[in-house]
Design a protein around this ligand. Structure first.
Ligand SMILES: Nc1nc2c(c(=O)[nH]1)N[C@H]1C(S)=C(S)[C@@H](COP(=O)(O)O)O[C@H]1N2
Ligand SMILES: [Mo]
Length: 364
């Protein structure tokens, strides 16, 4: 099944992510790698603002300081000897689907595949804070990566903060493994933060610092980038939890289907903050019979998800009756009643595009 993906270039495999920019390297997950529930590490999309830093595990240290009782630093072997856990999480870049925004929004031209579902293994950040001793005045933790580059004319290190309660949530991990193997350099080796249920900008790669602060952090990637901004330039708030969304993985784009023959429409659906998916509806629209947008939605079958942050697999049996072009639509609803909108909610940076999923097919 994976061989249907064209090789992306010399030396690449069918699993290689599809390059969006090469300097720095940004790439999206190939379609075939989104078919299984878990995305293989070597196929998972990559989003890096700067060059990948050189950070061998044997020289890595994480410093925990700021408003804590006793600041200290920890090395890789010491970290990996601590009790760890495994969690399957949807990883989605906030800019995923940006190319579907009209009018277009500036930013990396992601299609719909700056997303994946990854199995991470790591140590709860909470357990490292316990050792330092939490100061009650702490409001946030600032997590710093080893990467830096020029932003608005100033050398800037990638850093993001989390509110104290979220940082200390037992599912917030210092991940050392992805997909059963040590993290690769592109995905943040040797240690990255993983905050399940949030857009992946929270998941600081190449983590070297964690500082407890008593005032909200105002770094560029916290207060300037990754903000929802409306058409009048007003800031509506930060990119945070994932939004309810779905993805169609079968039939494959532009696949030829036969009339009168049953086919299985399949995909995944997810939402943010550990909220479950309650419903996925599918609608197949023939080019000659567009119908009303609210007509013809039918319920897909949902698999029971294997955890709170993994995506939910869904399927729908469909027998097309008429030859011609169809657009298949999928729309997820979460347990809190949030529904995917028909059109992407426009914002100046093109974040959080969670419009209904579409797949165009031809029936012969
Ligand atoms: N240090 C560091 N961490 C980072 C980034 C970065 O540029 N530098 N990019 C963030 C963004 S915007 C995303 S979407 C995810 C991408 O993770 P991945 O490359 O492992 O898929 O990493 C996040 N963590
Ligand atoms: Mo991102």
């Amino acid at each position: 099944m994976y061989l249907s993906v064209p090789p992306p270039g010399p030396g690449a495999t069918a699993w290689s992510p599809e390059t969006v920019t090469s300097d720095p390297y940004n790439a999206q997950t190939p379609a075939a790698a989104l078919v299984p529930r878990l995305t293989p590490a070597d196929a998972l999309f990559v989003r890096s603002h700067f060059d990948v830093p050189d950070l061998p595990a044997d020289r890595w240290r994480l410093r925990i300081d700021g408003a804590v009782g006793t600041p200290y630093s920890i090395g890789y072997d010491e970290l990996t000897a601590l009790p760890h856990r495994e969690v399957d999480v949807v990883m989605e870049c906030a800019g995923n689907g940006r190319t579907r925004m009209t009018p277009p929004a500036p930013g990396l031209a992601w299609g719909e595949r700056a997303v994946g579902c990854a199995r991470f293994e790591g140590v709860p950040f909470q357990s490292l804070v316990e050792r330092a001793g939490l100061d009650p005045t702490t409001v946030e933790f600032v997590f710093t990566g080893a990467d830096s580059g020029m932003v608005h004319g100033r050398r800037t290190t990638f850093a993001r903060s989390l509110p104290r309660t979220l940082a200390l949530h037992p599912d917030t991990l210092l991940a050392t493994r992805l997909d059963g193997a040590p993290l690769t350099p592109a995905h943040g080796a040797p240690v990255r933060l993983v905050v399940p249920g949030r857009f992946a900008v929270a998941d600081v790669k190449w983590l070297t610092g964690a500082r407890a602060v008593t005032e909200p952090f105002e770094g560029v990637f916290q207060t300037e980038e990754y903000m929802y901004v409306d058409s009048d330039g007003r800031t509506e708030g930060p990119v945070g939890e994932l939004l309810v969304k779905s993805l169609i993985t079968a039939p494959e784009p532009d696949e030829d289907l036969r009339r009168g023959q049953e086919t299985e429409v399949r995909g995944h659906a997810w939402s943010g903050g550990g909220v479950a998916v309650r419903r996925v509806e599918v609608r197949a629209v023939h080019e000659d019979e567009p119908g009303e947008p609210e007509t013809g939605w039918q319920d897909a079958e949902l698999d029971r998800p294997s955890g709170p942050y993994v995506w939910t697999d869904w399927s729908f049996r469909w027998t097309p009756r008429t030859p011609g072009r169809y657009r298949i639509l999928a729309r997820a609803t979460d347990a809190e009643g949030a529904v995917q909108p028909t059109r992407a909610p426009w914002n100046a940076r093109g974040y959080g595009c969670n419009a209904v999923a579409v797949a165009d097919v031809v029936v012969v």
